[in-house]
Design a protein around this ligand. Structure first.
Ligand code: FAD
Length: 416
């Protein structure tokens, strides 16, 4: 039995290069942009600086860590990717600079596996080159996003075209996307409720696709849009995958995409824990440093243990995705679900504890903690709410017991 957490010399070298790029290029630029409030004060220079970092990353081969070499990527497996994502997300712009940010990264996986050759050249190629942006449009205000069988946006066939009508919201990146992967209901009476939806690729802008607003959220108005769709016409060749395969495609997309979120959340939690310890070693109260108080040590210890659990869960789920690519019978849904639920909640707890240890400073915007906390909150319901993951995990555990007389297969199917 081989359990080996050490990295090959090649991977050690990649991690070193990613870490150095983050520390020497991205972090100083990000700090400067933040100090100058560049995004608000000079949008032109803000984009030029971001694009310059992208070009540099691309020329240094730190580009598309999640994609195969044929597509200009680093050709890493999911375990290896975890390491790169966890370095990149130590900074806010890191994933975007390396072109492995949501939702483009999940859309690239989807197009790689579901698109025709022609669709890949038209949509995947520019996404990989960094010359196009995309969005994924599934959630609707009128029905529970947790249950895609309720989707109301409809596509009706009219000869070689489809006519689409509906309403979407919280569509990340829609404001600037060159195309959308849209999920719409095409089947009136499917054999299975999960086989009602179909995916389409929509070139943007498009007649019939109207951005109503960028929704103001807890972390500002940063590109999650509400979209009205009225008599939008697309050719049948814009269909992505088969009729009724929209749900399957969404599930396929969400496996690696959810885990990629976890990899980035680990980076954020580690930053919060580093800050918690740093602050506790310099703040003095009632005769000793905070680091010497048992109450603070418990906060540090709990965060440390939870981060360790998170890392193991993410590595194991990533290992299972890699195995599934070699052997189609390997299942990873449960491991990804458990990791997504656990890491999302861990992230919220660790940032909250770090804010606590920083006191008023933690509540201010003088540190990144406030922004991290606002971002972290959506982790508990986007890409599957906590309760949906718990429901599915419980179903699989009960099924494992019913089938094998033991729950072992549902707890990671580990050799313990
Ligand atoms: C920042 C952000 C970015 C997003 N980006 C995108 C995007 O790019 N594209 C896109 O399509 N969507 C996007 N979403 C939407 C996201 O995927 C949905 O919020 C999510 O699927 C949940 O759907 P909902 O908001 O309709 O909540 P609902 O489905 O209404 O659920 C609300 C709550 O009800 C509870 N609940 C629901 N069902 C059950 C159940 N069966 N059992 C127990 N409890 C239940 C849960 O507590 C859940 O949190 C984004 C959301 C956010 C916040």
């Amino acid at each position: 039995m081989a359990i080996d957490f050490s990295l090959t010399p090649e991977l050690v070298a990649i991690r070193k290069r990613v870490r150095a790029f983050v520390d020497e290029v991205i972090r100083p630029a990000e700090d400067r942009m933040e100090q100058e409030r560049l995004r608000e004060n000079d949008k032109g220079r803000y984009f030029r600086e971001l694009l310059a970092m992208r070009s540099k990353a691309k020329s240094e081969g730190l580009w598309l860590p999640h994609m195969p070499a044929d597509w200009g990527g680093m050709g890493l497996g999911h375990v290896e990717l975890a390491m790169v994502q966890a370095e990149a997300a130590k900074t806010y712009y890191g994933p975007w600079v390396f072109n492995c940010q949501a939702p483009d990264e999940g859309n690239m996986h989807t197009l790689l596996h579901w698109a025709t050759d022609e669709q890949q050249q038209t949509y995947l190629r520019p996404l990989c080159d960094g010359t196009a942006w995309s969005c994924f449009a599934m959630t609707e205000p009128e029905v529970a996003g947790s249950d895609p069988t309720l989707i109301r946006t409809s596509a009706e066939q009219d000869g070689d075209e489809w006519i689409i009508n509906g309403h979407k919201w919280f569509i990340s990146n829609a404001h600037r996307a060159n195309f959308a992967i849209l999920i719409a209901r095409t089947e009136a009476e499917p054999d299975l409720p999960q086989a009602a939806n179909t995916a389409f690729i929509i070139d943007l802008p498009a007649a019939g696709w109207t951005e109503v607003r960028e929704i103001e959220t807890m972390h500002g108005s940063t590109g999650h849009s509400e979209i009205m769709i009225e008599n939008l016409r697309v050719r049948d060749s814009q269909r992505l995958g088969g009729r009724g395969q929209g749900h399957l495609l969404g599930q396929y997309r969400l496996g690696p995409a959810r885990l990629a979120h976890c990899m980035r959340w680990i980076a954020q939690a580690e930053t919060a824990l580093d800050m918690m310890v740093d602050r506790s070693l310099t703040r003095f109260s009632h005769g000793s440093l905070l680091a010497e108080k048992q109450g603070i040590q418990w906060l540090i210890a709990d965060s440390t243990m939870e981060l360790y659990q998170s890392k193991l869960m993410v590595l194991h789920a990533a290992y299972k995705i890699d195995q599934a690519q070699l052997d189609g019978t390997v299942e990873f849904k449960s491991e990804v679900s458990m990791a997504k639920h656990f890491v999302a909640n861990m992230l919220n707890r660790v940032i909250d504890r770090s804010i606590q240890v920083h006191g008023a400073l933690g509540y201010s915007t003088d540190t990144p903690l406030a922004r991290m906390f606002q971002q972290a909150r959506w982790a508990r319901f986007a890409d599957g709410a906590d309760e949906i993951h718990q429901m599915r995990i419980a179903q699989r555990t009960i099924a494992a017991y019913s089938d094998h007389g033991t729950t072992r297969a549902a707890t990671g199917d580990l050799p313990l």
